[in-house]
Structures are given as C-alpha cells and as structure tokens.
Design a protein. Sequence first.
Length: 323
Amino acid sequence: MDIGLFAPHEQHGPSRLVDLAEHAERAGFDSVWTSDHFHPWWHSGAECGAAWPWLGAALERTDAVRIGTGVTAPIARYHPGLIAQASATLASMYPGRHHLTLATGEALNERPLGFDWPPYAERKRRLIDACEIVDRLWDGGFHDYDGRYWDLDTARLYTLPERRPPLFVAGNGAETTTVAGRYADGFLTLADVETYRDELVPALERGATEAGRDPDSIRRIKQASVAFATDRDAALDAAEFWSGSHAVGFDEDVHDPREIESRGESLSREERADWGLVTTDPAEVRALIDRHAAAGFDEVELLVTSPDLGEFVDAMSETVLGD
C-alpha cells in the first residue's frame, strides 16, 4: 500500500507547498498530488497557484517521490494536446516520477474564464476525447484526431519520455469509472468503500473488459480527507476551509469562491465532520489506510487540513509511514 499526500494550492501558497513536498519525501510518503484549479474552494485567506509550474519546482526540489496532478480537467481551458505535452515534458525530465490524472472537472475552472459549464454528458465525452488524444500523442508520430469536441491536425510531440507517465482517471460515479476502465493506468476516487465495492469496481471491470484490458492491471487509488490537530475543536476549525467543497456538488454551475464559502458556512460544526476523518490521533489515520487496503485499494492519497501540516507529516513519519 502506497501512501500519498495532497498539496492543496487552494489553501497554501506555492512556495510553502514545495517545502511540503520535500518534507513529505523525507517523511516517507510515496507520492505527492496537487490540485489544478483556477478558482479555489474557499474565498477568505485562500490561495490558488498554477499547478504546472509548481510541478516542475516540486520535482526539482525532491529526489524520488512521484508527483502529479489530482486532477486536471480537459473541459475548455486546456486542450488535451497541451496537457499531453506538459506531462510528457515533466516525465522526460524526471523519469518514473510523474503522473497525470484527468477528470470531468468543476465549474470553478471554466466559468471564471468565460467558458460555458457543460452538462455531464458533454464533459464525459470531452474526457474520452482527451484520453484518446493523450494516448496517441504519447505514442509518438504524427496524428490526426476528429473528436466530438477536441481535434488534432497532424500533431506530434517532439519531446517524449523513454517511458510514458501513468495516466489516471478520477471519478465517483459508474460512468466516469467505466471511462477509467477503458483508458487509464489507474483510477482515483473519493467514493466511500461501500460505493467503491458495489458500484465502481463493477464499472471499472466492465470498461476494462470492453476495451480488452485486464482490470487487475488498473491501479486503484483513494483520496481520503483528514482534518488533524492536537484537539478535536482545532481539527473541526481546520475542516471549515473545505466545507464549501462539501456543500457544493461537483456538477453544479457554481464558480464564485464567495458563494462557495457562504454555502460552507451554512454547515454546522458537526456537519463539517462529514467531510472526512476529524482526528487528533495518527492511529486513526492508520486505521483509515488499512480499511482501504482491505477494500482493494493500492494507494491512499491524504488530503489533510491542519493548523500545522508539518506536525501532521512528522506524526505520520513517526507512527505510520515507518511501519
């Protein structure tokens, strides 16, 4: 079981997150994931640095840890060919240390830039186009592609890594999970264990079988949310920042962080606890990881909010990562 740490651009400045990536590697984390948003999930005190320049800085600062997006949405602001080029460049510079994750996205990435927020069916089709475009460009050579929403016209990537980076697809419902089964090297989800087991695993296996792929070859990754502090009240306070993401659905056409924050503030303190694990004890984080390992996940990526992220990383190093 690999254990990853999320570097949230929404909550911390990019220089602080580069330090966090370096700290996570020293502590023994296997991977670092980062958000790729234009607007954050909160307004007051928020940040929202750009993911792609940060990835290069974080990879250069570290030595071995795998670092990539979680997630990048190829809906309107990014052409999939540009995503493929950026990811291939990082993979050529840092072999074996970069991954790319695609998904159907959120309105906060597209609407602030003047793009429409399309219905799920269109976003799913854009994701499929993107997976096919990335796959073709990473194979080398010239390619034409006449997709439903994205095209290529005699396109070629001239800089390619010796080994392709893993392509992950993230989703929480059966339809996107089926796309992951067809195209992805790994599947990332926020879904609980029961939904994963009963709905998503069959969808993943169905997609893989339809594409003639071995479902067991697809890496299974869980993003788990943790609010950590030395006392429960402080942990609940830390969870407030993410309460907006808990109050707004991913499909909703809501893109103003002030509105997202207002919705989050409408939740009670105890309702914030539904966002994830609220704890003061690293042993409870260990139990969370073990529960997902037993459910068949290969990796757990921890999105942590805390008054002191460094304290959390050190606690994990001392009590969990060294096991």
